[in-house]
Ligand binder design. Sequence first.
Ligand code: FE2
Length: 284
Amino acid sequence: MTTFRKVLSIHTGQPASDGAGVKLTRVFGGPGVEQFDPFLMLDEFGSDQPDDYIAGFPPHPHRGFETVTYMLEGRMRHEDHMGNVGLLQGGGVQWMTAARGIIHSEMPEQEQGVMRGFQLWLNLPGKNKLMDASYQDIQPEHIPRLTTANGIEVVVIAGQFDDGQMQQAGAVQRPDTEPQYFDLHLPAGASISPRLPDGHRALLYVYEGEVAIGGCPQTVAASRLVRLGEDGELRIESAAGARVLLIAGKPLHEPIVQYGPFVMNSREEIEQALRDFRDDRLTA
Ligand code: FE2
């Protein structure tokens, strides 16, 4: 008999505003974030109203974690203190390891049309929080995609996709947290059973349509995040079609102390980050 990963909880995103006034949905983040370890936050943004996104994210700092921006539609320009300039566009990913410190801006490179995507925050282990910052832009053509025999399109952003029939390494591999990040497009009536490493925290975010999850009697509607148990099988099916993010990672089990864009292991380290930022030494 199949043992499915348990559905531990289902979360609904909350409307929020960030940067200079960008409207978004905070799927999770803030108090109680330990239950999502090693992830710290997931934001969804999506609008065809320029007023919702045009203000962008002017220069701001980060320390102690990684940010992963996955664009579905639109164009966003990144600039940082290291001199990196990158254009992030539909289907592309920006993977930024803030570590010791980064100061960057993320500004729309469009005045109209749709801007749509996600930003995920991934924690770093304490031993890596003060390493040098790094950054990579991954263009859409460099992100592996596959289509399963039953027509499910899979975008393999990070980790190793394996459904028992097809295997595909993602565009990014990271040590310690071993993040798995897949975007799954399920046509009506299709099902899929992706294998995830035992012990990984697994999250499923439905951003279009509705899915059923093996072992769970209720269906999961759009804009809901499912937090799954750390072992067992996962089966996702959709009667009418759906698009979902499947995200998993190895928990760090370290203390999380967050103050805005700084995420460290202790209050002392946060106070040090604030002093470093004030003294212009965050990135030194
Ligand atoms: Fe940022």
